[in-house]
Design a binder for this molecule. Structure first.
Ligand code: DX5
Length: 226
């Protein structure tokens, strides 16, 4: 089946639902209510080595794009991203983020760009921000993890706020259009903190999909950060 591909919007992407916490039995029911309120959707890919969890293969990307009617951002939490980039691109990813700690990360970022997709670089909490410097001229997105990657539903690490502020400063000085994304523990109490520190793309999973009315919840969060 031809993959469903939505282009990544150029504007702000305040909130990015992470399907890791959605109802896999019915992605359409999970994603449809937030379609008009989200920038795009994130698929968290885990290989059981880079992080102690296993999640999705390329097959889900097109289904998520169709179910959400939104571009798909693939967050590769895998040791060897070079093995997966082409398959996720072919499945319909609009943006692929690799981890700075993964094998051949810089070459993978350049390969994603060469394939015409948006490219992101993610940093674990302990990884210094300086790791993005060599790629600042090519990146479309920097992802500051605000939890240890691997699982949804973890608590936000407040110490990451200074790293987000520093990343905002770095991006502003670069003069380039680069999204500053945070991922992990985003909820009613932390969204405004993250946005206030300079994040303009907030990945949100468990707090969103566990809300009784996700659309109302997301509308409330958007108001909080505007
Ligand atoms: C961790 C994942 C999670 C997820 C968001 O590897 O990347 O951070 O997407 O999960 P919540 O919003 O539940 O922290």
């Amino acid at each position: 089946m031809k993959p469903t591909v939505f282009p990544v919007p150029s504007g702000p992407a305040e909130f990015v639902p992470s399907v890791l916490s959605a109802d896999f039995a019915c992605l359409e029911r999970s994603l449809a209510p937030v379609r008009k309120l989200a920038g795009w959707v994130q698929v968290d890919v885990m290989d059981g080595h880079f992080v102690p969890n296993l999640s999705f293969g390329p097959g889900i990307v097109s289904s998520v794009a169709r179910a959400g009617g939104l571009a798909v951002d693939v967050h590769l939490m895998v040791e060897r991203p070079a093995l997966f980039i082409e398959a996720f691109a072919a499945a319909g990813a609009g943006l692929i983020t690799v981890h700075a700690e993964a094998e051949n990360a810089a070459a993978c970022v350049k390969k994603v760009k060469a394939m015409g997709l948006k490219a992101g670089l993610a940093l674990r909490p302990k990884t210094p921000l300086g790791r993005v410097l060599p790629l600042l001229k090519v990146l479309d997105l920097v992802l500051i993890m605000t939890v240890e990657p691997g699982f949804g539903g973890q608590a936000f690490i407040p110490a990451m706020l200074s790293k987000v502020e520093a990343a905002r400063e770095l991006i502003s000085r670069s003069g380039r259009k680069i999204w500053l994304q945070v991922d992990g523990g985003i909820n009613a109490g932390t969204a405004a903190l993250a946005a206030g520190a300079g994040a303009d793309s907030l990945v949100i999973g468990s707090a969103l999909f566990s809300a009784p009315d996700p659309a109302a919840f997301l509308k409330g969060l958007r108001k909080k950060i505007s």
